[in-house]
Write a protein that binds this ligand. Structure first.
Ligand code: F6P
Length: 357
């Protein structure tokens, strides 16, 4: 009997269930005697031995279902070394559960923080295989993560809807897009939905350049402008501050988010009416798009294949359209950011999109 533990950790996204289904189906199909244990609410379930013995039927009918059937939670990597409320060592707790259940390996689905902890468990001698999950698409070692394309669809749809009302009223609209510290989601949704100005954390903006782009459109007789702004967008002045100075400045800010500050500054400088829309967590919700369903099925099958070959310590990823295995030590602690000099940015600029730089 081979016992495999599985967990989903960090913020959820649309294709987690489809990915787990891919792993499970391939394991059930190719192993005579396999048991899958689903740890509830991510690493917390592994720490405290909260789990469910999964059955093949648990993985049926979930290809199109958003969220995660085993739940998730945020367990920050930086707190893994800090004992829990009862003074217990979290890493030891996880190792003990793994050993007590006599697991062959752990299948971990998660984003950047999750990968740091997965790598820590690998260093502690556990067999680990991971799958790259996040709407942010910021995991190093893979061209794309599952969840990203579904979120691009939702954010694009939000901007599409704003287009018609912006055109009717002749206003400046700002749509704030998720993505944490990177701009992949904003860049793709912005291009896909014809945003006029796209502001990303990787390209600090100059508010006067943003205003120039709006004024240019007004002069051309266009009655509205749409900005796709990443939640992590940053001005040139703020980018020049130290981490400490920026934190202090943010703590004093009267604006609930970056878009409101940008909106207020545009209003001051142009007198134009501004509206801010934040689709927020809708970007992580609902059914995965067909692209993600295919990607998750491939990632899931590839992860199962690593287990069949007893190849541990890898994340499955995608490079140039091919499935690859990337050593966890290479993935953990790195961020995949948008390159301001990449061709997609150059092409967007060629068609007149402003990045405020
Ligand atoms: O990492 C996914 C993500 O949705 C980010 O885009 C966003 O910054 C963050 O999670 C929101 O986290 P929470 O769900 O904890 O509010």
């Amino acid at each position: 009997m081979m016992k495999i533990g599985m967990l989903t950790s960090g913020g959820d996204c649309q294709s987690l269930n489809a990915s787990m289904r891919g792993v499970a189906k391939a394991l059930y199909e190719n192993l005579k005697d396999v048991e899958i244990i689903g740890f509830l609410e991510g690493y917390k379930g592994l720490m405290y031995g909260n789990y469910k013995n999964m059955e093949p039927r648990d993985f049926s009918g979930i290809l199109t279902e958003g969220g995660t059937i085993i739940g998730t939670s945020r367990q920050p990597f930086k707190l893994m070394g800090v004992p829990d409320e009862k003074g217990q060592d979290k890493v030891k707790l996880m190792k003990d559960t793994y050993k007590k259940l006599k697991l062959e390996c752990l299948v971990i689905l998660g984003g950047n923080g999750t990968h740091k902890t997965a790598n820590l468990l690998r260093e502690q001698g556990l067999n680990v295989v991971t799958l790259p999950k996040t709407i942010d698409n910021d995991i190093y070692g893979t061209d794309i993560t599952f969840g990203f394309q579904s979120a691009v669809n939702i954010a694009s749809n939000a901007i599409d809807c704003i287009h018609t009302t912006a055109a009717s009223h002749g206003r400046v609209f700002i749509v704030e897009v998720m993505g944490h510290k990177v701009g992949w989601l904003t860049l793709h949704a912005g291009i896909a939905s014809g945003a006029d100005i796209i502001l990303l954390p990787e390209i600090p903006y100059d508010i006067d350049k943003v205003v120039d782009a709006i004024n240019k459109r007004t002069k051309e007789g266009k009655r509205f402008s749409i900005l796709a702004v990443a939640e992590g967008a940053i001005s040139k002045e703020d980018a020049a501050l130290t981490k400490k100075e920026l934190k202090k400045k943010k703590a004093k800010s009267i604006y609930p988010s970056v878009s409101y500050e940008i909106g207020a500054r545009i209003n001051e400088k142009t007198g134009q009416e501004i509206r801010v829309t934040i689709p927020g967590h809708t970007q992580r919700g609902g059914s995965p798009c067909p692209y993600d369903r295919v990607l998750s099925t491939r990632f899931g099958a590839a992860a199962a294949n690593l287990i069949l070959n007893k190849e541990y310590g890898y994340m499955v990823g995608m490079k140039n359209g091919e499935i690859v295995k990337v050593p966890l030590g290479e993935v953990a602690g790195k961020l995949k950011v948008v390159d301001p000099n990449s061709s997609v940015i150059k092409e967007a600029k060629l068609i007149g999109i402003s990045f405020g730089d």
